[in-house]
Design a binder for this molecule. Structure first.
Ligand code: FMN
Length: 160
């Protein structure tokens, strides 16, 4: 089986997931590892990693997914907000909307990914409210992610 791992990562979280996918699969089958690129199209399975931007995948990933025709894909991604599986499902549904009918989704995986300090600074500047408190708590929860547990769970999902 030949496969490619393509991923988009602005601050390194999704890159960590991509590395875990690489470690979980037999090295000899890997024909491409890196940013979304046409070189990744001619394989049996494409593992596609994205970071969440405005509730869906980043634009670079969306563009790549829209270019697929009949490949098999495994989608993995990170998001700043976590904790609720329904939230991840909502994101994944939006990501899948980029795919043509002939593309088969073999599996999906998402976890939380830490955000830059400027985001916390912005929350801190907001007026006190339950929403502000929840956002600060979420920010702090995200700081340790992706952690080893996230990476192990992804490896398991990929090895299935
Ligand atoms: C411009 C921008 C927009 C973002 N939008 C969202 C969002 O809508 N939902 C969310 O859960 N996280 C959002 N995040 C958080 C990132 O998706 C999260 O930190 C992710 O792990 C970053 O992955 P990376 O390190 O691979 O770039 C946003 C981050 C940035 C910088």
């Amino acid at each position: 089986m030949s496969y490619a791992i393509v991923y988009s990562s602005r601050t390194g979280n999704t890159a960590q997931l991509a590395q875990a996918v690489r470690e979980a699969l037999p090295q000899e089958g890997c024909s491409y590892f890196g940013e979304p690129h046409a070189e990744a199209l001619s394989v049996d399975i494409i593992y596609v990693g994205f970071w969440t931007d405005k509730g869906t995948c980043d634009e670079q990933t969306a563009h790549f997914l829209q270019g697929l025709t009949n490949q098999k894909v495994f989608l993995f991604g990170t998001a700043g907000f976590g904790g609720a599986p329904a939230y991840f499902k909502q994101i994944l549904d939006r990501v899948k909307a980029n795919l043509a009918a002939g593309v088969e989704v073999m599996g999906t995986y998402m976890c939380q990914g830490k955000m830059p300090q400027v985001v916390r600074d912005r929350y801190e500047a907001m007026e006190e409210s339950p929403r502000r408190t929840a956002m600060l708590e979420n920010f702090d929860r995200a700081l340790s992610h992706p952690d080893q547990g996230d990476l192990d769970a992804l490896k398991q999902a990929v090895a299935k």
